[in-house]
Design a protein around this ligand. Structure first.
Ligand code: SF4
Length: 668
């Protein structure tokens, strides 16, 4: 293994790193024993090579397939465009042949030739219908897609530059549920999604995303080819992505669209019943309070029953799957998929409020308009309280799995993560949620953990500044003292500042106020595409970038453009976050510490991710400034601090400003 890794590292122009070797050996061991493995490997370890090398060796030796799943497109691209092409050449001799790899995305990412050919466009939603500009823009985009089809070899949406709107893409793509199936589809032989799947089936290694992995494991559609090893990179995001896949939602627009599609096939009278039920939902929805719905709102019960029954009548009215020509079958399949979605969500919602609130497996809430981006219609969402039981049974119960990330230990151990995945905690059982893996899970599945540390010397390269003297964060925006502190810090640093705020409101407030007070350029998330803003920030050292959640995890800017990370407040979930608050309550109902298990754990993960933006290469140096004094003073502060690497820590603003000044001068 070591020789193979050394060859691979040589091919990518790197040098041997002890953490990388230890990780590759552990992955090799996990493949041999079948025990699952969780590996924490800090930025700069070279963890992708540490799992790709043993994974490719295993796949070639067994003629099997390995699946690598990522949370972000950036990592997917890095693997497909950089790491794997280099390894393909470098390892060919030692492995006896060139290893092969492929990328596999969900069916919706590929253009559906049958839908394009049959002209079965989706009904435009109401917002679009009333906007003539949107209608003509979508028409132009669909025409472009029709032209593109003769140029593209893959039909992959990501290869269409410039891209098209989601509404236009929806006209030419289908979900797995809507697909006719290769054998029945007249375009099956040329289908882009099928070709991608076939290619993936022949590959030694498939790169995919957590959502597709979740659909394959949890929803009973076999979307991934047979495989005997799964590697989950960016594993800190697995639970959130799986929860998203297991979340259903209902809007009156979805019901109307399903009814209109059904009306093309079933008796108008039957479709009208569903339309009426959808109208009823629209009326009720306006009166529902925004937020978690712990009890079934009275009028909703009748509406959901009506929706369920009307959708069922439409499904029955669609008739047999095999009857009619291909256009009828296509129309039927598209309608069926939408109707089943409405029906199944109505059934799930009708069951969601059964029993005592502390025993329920699903959480229901009504969303409001966030006030950002295009207006979203009122929506009812239903999500599982926990996905650990599902993961334990359908992922760990089936396939050897390696989970890795730079952030897997919280409060100094893997237990919080292990629990959320459905693996038995190393330090014994604790709070369980309904839908979680049961206490029996202490007996298995077998797994081991490894923290290979980081090649960075955090204590010498980074300062953790705990601004103890500041007031606690308030409810009404950033306190004036915070704005003063941010100004002092960013001016001492000569720009080079990434401001990570706990809300978009705070990021905007800081941007507006500080633009008045300093000549340093400040970019704010939302003012352009995030990728472009990050590029501008990286190119100009004197520039600062302020933003919220996606920046906490998505910025990778090594070098002197980023020497100061400012965090305004500990990123606890909002008190009105429906899932987090329901999880907290469920833990407390079992006598556990809901705050520590849910809110503090969530904050620890985000804090580790956000502050991890500072040191991206061995030469990087800088300061992490946490303005929220509770990190230094509150009881849970110790838990949060122990989730971070051991930076040199101070609460003295003078020391920090002097250090930033020295860094600024040395970078010039
Ligand atoms: S097989 Fe499915 S995705 Fe492919 S062209 Fe036919 S309907 Fe579309």
């Amino acid at each position: 293994m070591n020789e193979l890794l050394a060859t691979a590292v040589g091919a990518v122009g790197g040098s041997e790193r002890p953490g990388q070797v230890a990780m590759a050996e552990a992955v090799g061991r996990s493949i041999r024993t079948g025990d699952h493995l969780a590996v924490q490997a800090g930025t700069g370890t070279g963890k992708s090579l540490a799992y790709l090398v043993p994974a490719l060796r295993h796949a070639v030796a067994t003629e099997g397939t390995v699946v690598v799943s990522t949370a972000t497109i950036a990592l997917q691209r890095q693997l497909i465009d950089r790491d794997l092409p280099r390894l393909e050449k470098a390892l060919a001799k030692e492995l006896g042949r060139k290893p092969t790899f492929a990328i596999l995305k969900g069916r919706r990412n590929y253009l559906c030739l049958n839908k394009l050919d049959s002209g079965m466009e989706d009904e435009p939603d109401d917002a679009v219908l009333f906007d003539p500009f949107a209608v003509s823009r979508i028409g132009r985009e669909v025409t472009r897609l029709r032209e593109w089809v003769s140029d593209t070899e893959t039909g992959d949406r990501d290869e269409l530059v410039p891209g098209v709107s989601e509404q236009a893409w929806r006209q030419v793509a289908v979900s797995a549920r809507e697909c006719l199936g290769k054998s029945r589809c007249p375009m099956g032989a040329d289908c882009f999604a099928e070709k991608a799947r076939e290619e993936a089936g022949r590959a030694d290694l498939i790169v995919t995303n957590h959502a597709l992995l979740a659909i394959d494991a949890l929803q009973g559609y076999q979307v991934l080819p047979e495989h005997d090893l799964v590697i989950v990179d960016e594993a800190h995001d697995l639970v959130d992505r799986v929860t998203s896949v297991a979340t259903a939602e209902l809007t009156s627009g979805v019901v109307t669209a399903a009814a209109r599609r059904a009306a093309r096939i079933v008796d108008q009278e039957i479709a009208d019943r569903l339309l009426e039920a959808g109208d009823g939902l629209a009326l009720i929805m306006d009166d529902l309070p925004v937020g978690r719905l712990d009890e079934m709102p009275k009028p909703l019960s009748g509406t959901l029953t009506a929706l369920r029954d009307a959708a069922h009548a439409c499904i029955t009215g669609l008739g047999s799957e095999k009857s009619g020509d291909v256009d009828v079958q296509t129309a039927r399949k598209l309608a069926l998929s939408q109707l089943e979605e409405v029906h199944d969500t109505a059934v799930r919602l009708l069951d969601a409020w059964d029993g005592d609130v502390s025993q329920r497996r699903d959480v229901v809430w009504r969303t409001g308009d966030s006030g950002m981006g295009p207006p979203r219609p009122p929506t009812i969402k239903v999500a599982p309280l926990a996905v650990s039981g599902l993961l334990r049974e359908r992922l760990f119960g089936q396939t050897t799995t390696v989970l890795t990330s730079a952030t897997l230990t919280l409060g100094g151990n893997f237990d919080s993560m292990a629990r959320s995945w459905g693996l038995p905690p190393e330090n014994g059982p604790s709070e369980q949620l309904p839908g979680a893996a049961t206490e029996k899970s202490i007996e298995g599945p077998k797994w081991t953990s490894l923290d290979v540390g980081s090649p960075f010397d955090h204590a010498r390269k980074g300062i953790l500044y705990l601004a103890k003297h500041l007031p606690p964060p308030g409810r009404d925006g950033l306190p004036p003292a915070y704005l003063d502190e941010i100004k002092e810090l960013m001016e001492s640093a000569g720009g080079r500042t990434l401001g990570l705020f706990s809300s978009m409101r705070a990021a905007k407030q800081a941007t507006e106020e500080l633009r008045k007070r300093t000549s340093l350029e400040i970019l704010c998330q939302g003012e352009d595409s995030t990728a472009l803003l990050v590029r501008k920030f990286a190119e100009d050292e004197a520039t600062c970038l302020f933003g919220t959640l996606s920046l906490w995890q998505g910025v990778d800017v090594p070098g002197p453009s980023l020497q100061l990370v400012i965090v305004d407040r500990i990123p606890f979930p909002r008190p009105d976050d429906p899932l987090a608050s329901a999880r907290q309550r469920a833990v407390e109902a079992r006598g556990g510490n809901g705050f520590l298990s849910v809110a503090a754990t969530h904050a620890a993960l985000l804090l580790a991710q956000g502050t991890g933006r500072l040191l991206r290469s061995t030469d990087d140096r800088g300061v992490i400034a946490i303005l929220d004094p509770r990190l230094a003073t509150a009881r849970y502060g110790g838990f949060l601090r122990s989730s971070l690497p051991s930076y040199w820590t101070t609460s003295d603003p003078e020391v920090v400003r002097a250090a930033l000044g020295r860094l600024d001068t040395s970078a010039d």
